[in-house]
Ligand binder design. Structure first.
Ligand code: NAP
Ligand code: G4F
Length: 348
């Protein structure tokens, strides 16, 4: 009989890639979605799995709804991808973020324990938990020091997952995933903001984008590779947490340069802090401006993960490197602009 999986956060970037991975493995996939005026199905459609998903209305704030969903679906594996996932907004909405990303995970773990503690659970932990990093590179044993309400909430969830594993002998695993991106990334995250803005500037022959901290460094990988790791973590004999990362780090400025170069554009930087601008070398026009509005009250300056344990124990081999990722995202956004698929104004 086909294995049954319940994916929370099915409408997000990772939900789409994981749904693809699991349907390819022959799973019956139940997608838990948050009810809203307009259900976001474009990612599932884009990746070709929309018709394979059985949708379940689901809300992490509602314990009884979680309980009834688990009871009805009886999944073998639960992948908890649902979250308020935008770090920036967590400074403005710390209580909501704590409730969904922190307590919401406790609700889910407790509901699994009640319905059937044999159900396996994957928790979407994050490199944001390392925050003000205590060692470089970060591994599974690096101490945590979160720098945002999002990171704090995720750290609570992370330890709850460990605690249920150790207290109740449940199969819970946390993937400590570093930033992972794709053409299906939300437009408010810096990578997609850059690729969509540059694609539009390239198409229109004019325009500029405003960014925050250009010096922040991230370890960026491809979402498809990272959801493959999530699947592999759930297939092990013994539940264990893993760092999933590329092992390379780049600044936001590097990302802009790489994205511009995929469009045969070269950027010249001048000035510093909020006075820094990036000019199109050919035309001299400003294409990047710094707007302090995008600076965060506390910043994670640099992330760099060491995925050695995952490579060895899971035999995890990512297929897309940084340069390929940037190119993939830029070319997809060039097509999106040409097809009129990008909104003319985005809320950043
Ligand atoms: P995403 O695109 O923002 O997707 C988040 C999903 O969670 C969406 O489907 C959203 O539904 C759902 N959701 C939000 N609040 C909910 C609630 N109260 N109840 C039920 N569902 C809710 O995020 P992602 O990039 O795919 O990331 C997936 C998970 O991995 C998240 O937990 C994120 O924090 C974590 N993570 C991501 C990265 C990364 O670099 N992408 C790295 C480490 C960890 P709507 O469509 O209704 O908004
Ligand atoms: O793309 P970001 O918003 O991602 P961030 O904050 O690293 O969070 C993402 O990765 C985490 C894993 O480490 C996930 F847990 C989380 O759910 C999310 O997927 O920002 C990346 C960096 C930051 O340092 C930010 O300050 O880019 C900097 N940045 C500079 N200008 C900007 C901008 N970020 C955004 N979103 N918009 C800007 O204009």
């Amino acid at each position: 009989m086909a294995k049954r999986a319940l994916i929370t956060g099915i409408t997000g970037q990772d939900g789409a890639y994981l749904a693809r991975r699991l349907t390819d493995e022959g799973y019956q996939v139940h997608g838990a979605y948050r009810r809203s005026a307009s259900l976001t199905t474009w990612r599932l459609k884009e990746i070709g799995v929309l018709d394979d998903i059985q949708f379940e209305p689901f809300e992490l704030a509602e314990y009884n709804n979680i309980l009834r969903t688990l009871d009805r679906v009886q999944p073998d594996e639960v992948y908890n991808l649902a979250a308020q996932s935008f770090v920036g907004i967590s400074f403005e909405q710390p209580l909501y973020t704590s409730d969904i990303d922190g307590i919401g995970v406790a609700r889910l773990l407790e509901a699994i324990r009640c319905v059937d503690p044999k159900m396996k659970m994957y928790q979407a932990s994050t490199s944001e938990m390392f925050g003000k990093v205590q060692a470089v590179p970060q591994t599974e044993t690096t101490p945590f020091y979160p720098r945002s309400p999002y990171g704090v909430a995720k750290l609570y969830a992370h330890w709850m997952s460990v605690n249920y594993r150790e207290s109740h002998d449940m199969y819970t695993v946390s993937g400590i995933l570093f930033n992972h991106e794709s053409p299906l990334r939300g437009l408010e995250f810096v990578t997609r903001k850059i690729t969509s803005s540059l694609a539009r500037i390239h198409h229109d022959g004019k325009g500029e984008m405003q960014l925050g901290n250009l010096d922040a460094e991230r370890d960026w990988g491809f979402a498809g590779d990272y959801m493959n790791a999530a699947y592999l973590m759930m297939q092990q004999e013994t539940p264990q947490d893993f760092v999933i990362a590329s092992g390379r780090t780049h600044s936001v400025r590097d990302f802009v340069n790489a994205a511009a170069s995929a469009l045969d554009m070269s950027i010249e930087w001048e000035g510093s802090a909020e006075k820094e601008v990036g000019r199109n070398q050919k035309t001299g026009e400003v294409v990047v401006r710094v707007n302090p509005k995008f600076w965060r009250p506390a910043e994670v300056e640099q992330l760099l993960g060491d995925p050695s344990r995952a490579r060895k124990s899971l035999n995890w081999n990512p297929e897309v490197n940084f340069e390929q990722l940037v190119e993939k995202m830029v070319l997809a956004d060039v097509k999106n602009v040409e097809a009129g698929l990008l909104p003319s104004r985005t809320l950043e």
